[in-house]
Each structure stands twice: as structure tokens, then as C-alpha cells.
Design a protein around this ligand. Structure first.
Ligand SMILES: Nc1ncnc2c1ncn2[C@@H]1O[C@H](COP(=O)(O)OP(=O)(O)OP(=O)(O)O)[C@@H](O)[C@H]1O
Length: 326
């Protein structure tokens, strides 16, 4: 059996005493489409750079197609870096052909390939346009096509959708899902949950340098708090909801947004309101979103980190007190 495209094993990295990536482990298997999510500064780009061997980890191991990252794997990988950059004076077709030639294609074939990719993705008019004269969206598409021109097996895309308007985001999503439908392996980082929801089999969520979730979208959704929007003119409603609620937020429109206790069932709440003769004007169980799931998961991680540093400071303070007493 062939080796998985990527294995990270307990990988960590610090910059000037600040730990950017803490003990990260995951395996990307062939054919998977993985969303690599997390807020700003969570450690996604640093992890991607270590995966590609662009920076070495302080500890832990990386295996790209079974080997330490190196030139052997490069023809098999299509990489879109977070920093965008095309040679300003090159045209779109020259940029794509240039990358295809670096990956071993003869000149004539590289230009034919560049033209066909630009035609296929609606960029025919950009063929002879210099990169410096292109819109941001157009340049980003050209850069993605440069990264994928050599038809690699494994795509590592760092924030492919960032900075694009919704129309161009959709075009780029189309390109990614087309690559996925060919059976390629893809990992892409993003802040935007909707892209991941539409494209991914699996989600890896980073928070504070650690993996805080790794699993299917459905599993992630099950981590989100369940909410119920409920309203009544009867003032007893809020007190009546207390036993079912983790928290209750009074809304400007007079309704209550109730975050439900884990075992609370909307059907039972409805029955209990009827039994208590509280007439309801609204009763809307809310489907959890990935965004809510991730706020909850990342929030837990941030809270755990804060607690750990508070504990460290406390034990430090205790040590100092003990030293002072002796
Ligand atoms: N070369 C570097 N020197 C110093 N600190 C760095 C360097 N690269 C990253 N960091 C720090 O490491 C942490 C993780 O950054 P990283 O770019 O990996 O996060 P990210 O999840 O990709 O964030 P974003 O979504 O904003 O790109 C941040 O605190 C960042 O400031």
C-alpha cells in the first residue's frame, strides 16, 4: 500500500520563546479533502510550512509520502502559499508554463497546458495580460492554476479563498471541488467555515497552536451548543425555562435565546409550556452551525490555556513565597 501523503507526529515550533505549534499530530490519507481551520494565529501556516520542510520543527517528525520533506516529493505536491506572489512582468500563460516547466514539462507542452487551463477556468482574456495588470481575484486564480498545472497528487492550499469577492470565491471553490472529484488529496486552510462545510470530508481545527478537533463535519456539529428561540407574553416564561437552560439571553424583540442543557429536549419543553398554560408566540429550535461549534471548541482551548498559565503563575508565586520564607 502507498504511504499516506502526510504524517505529522508530535510536531512543535516556537518563535522567540512563543510556542506557535504545540505537539501537533495528524495523518492525511490519500483521496481525503481536509479543511484546516482555526482563528488568526492558531498555527496553521506554521504547520503547513513544517509539513513542506520550509521550516524545521523544534521537535516531532514530518513524513511526506513516507519520507522526510525534500525535493523527491515536490513534483507530487501543488502548493499555494499564503503570501501571494507572481512575477509582475510575466503574463498569466507564462506564469503557469513557468511552473509546469519547473516540474519537468517541455516548453511547447507547458504553454499548451497553460492555455488550456486558462480557457477551462474562464481566464482566456488574461492569457497575455501581465500579472501586474490583473485584478486580485484574477491573479489569485492564476497562482492557483500555476500550483496545480503539473497535475500533482497532493494539494496544500494556504488560505485559497482569502481576499476574494464572493463570485471569485465560488470560482475557486469550483476549481477545488473539481480537483477533489479527480481523487486528489487536498488540505486547505481557511477561516471561513462555509467553504469547509461544502468541500470537506474531514476537518482539523487548530486553536492556540494545538489540534482542538479532528473529525467529520457531523461530529463537529454535535459539539455546538443547541439553542432554542422562544417567546411568550406571559412573564413566567423565563423562570419556567431555567431548568432546561445553560444560559438565557433576552432579545430586543422580546424573545429569549435559550442555550439548552445537554439533556433538554425541545419537544419536552413545548409540552411543559402547554402543561403550565404558558402560551407561546415563538418556538424555534435552532440548527447548530459549524461556526458555533468552532467558537465553542476554540473557546474551550483558549480557556484551558488561560487556566494553565494561571496555574503556572500561581505555582510560581507559591515557589517565590516559599523561597522568601526560607
Ligand atoms: N516567522 C515567525 N516569526 C515569529 N513569529 C511567528 C512567525 N511565524 C508565525 N509566527 C507566530 O506564530 C503564531 C502562529 O502563526 P501562524 O501564521 O502559523 O497562524 P495561522 O493560523 O496561519 O494564522 P493566520 O490565519 O492569521 O495566517 C502567531 O502568533 C504568529 O505571530
Amino acid at each position: 500500500m502507498s504511504k499516506p501523503p502526510l504524517i505529522l507526529n508530535n510536531v512543535s515550533k516556537s518563535f522567540g520563546g512563543k510556542q506557535a505549534v504545540k505537539d501537533v499530530s495528524f495523518t492525511i490519507r490519500a483521496g481525503e479533502v481536509v479543511g484546516f481551520l482555526g482563528p488568526n494565529g492558531a498555527g496553521k501556516t506554521t504547520t503547513i510550512r513544517m509539513a513542506l520542510g520550509l521550516i524545521p520543527p523544534d521537535s516531532g517528525e514530518v513524513a511526506l509520502f513516507g519520507d522526510a520533506p525534500g525535493e523527491n516529493a515536490f513534483g507530487r505536491i501543488g502548493f499555494l502559499p499564503e503570501e501571494r506572489g507572481l512575477y509582475k512582468k510575466q503574463t498569466a500563460r507564462e506564469s503557469i508554463a513557468h511552473m509546469a516547466r519547473l516540474n519537468g514539462l517541455p516548453k511547447g507542452e507547458a504553454f499548451t497546458l497553460a492555455d488550456s487551463l486558462l480557457d477551462r477556468y474562464g481566464l482566456s482574456e488574461a492569457k497575455r495580460k501581465k500579472n501586474k495588470d490583473m485584478s486580485k481575484g484574477m491573479a489569485q486564480k492564476v497562482q492557483l492554476l500555476s500550483a496545480i498545472a503539473h497535475n500533482p497528487e497532493f494539494y496544500i492550499l494556504d488560505e485559497p479563498f482569502s481576499g476574494l469577492d464572493p463570485v471569485n470565491q465560488q470560482v475557486l471553490e469550483g476549481i477545488v471541488s473539481e480537483i477533489a472529484s479527480r481523487g486528489a488529496t487536498i488540505i486547505f486552510s481557511t477561516h471561513v467555515m462555509e467553504h469547509a462545510e461544502r468541500l470537506c470530508d474531514r476537518i482539523i481545527l487548530m486553536g492556540g497552536g494545538r489540534v482542538v478537533f479532528d473529525g467529520s463535519t457531523e461530529l463537529a456539529l454535535s459539539k455546538a451548543p443547541r439553542r432554542l428561540m422562544i417567546a411568550s407574553e406571559d412573564e413566567r416564561l423565563e423562570a419556567h425555562m431555567q431548568p432546561f437552560a445553560k444560559s438565557i439571553e433576552a432579545r430586543k424583540d422580546g424573545g429569549l435565546m435559550v442555550t439548552l442543557e445537554d439533556e433538554a429536549q425541545p419537544q419536552k419543553i413545548l409540552e411543559s409550556c402547554v402543561a403550565a398554560k404558558i402560551p407561546l408566540t415563538r418556538f424555534e429550535p435552532r440548527s447548530p452551525t459549524l461556526h458555533e461549534a468552532f467558537v465553542a471548541l476554540v473557546g474551550d482551548e483558549v480557556r484551558a490555556d488561560m487556566q494553565q498559565s494561571a496555574d503556572r503563575e500561581e505555582s510560581h508565586a507559591e515557589d517565590n513565597t516559599m523561597k522568601a520564607e526560607h
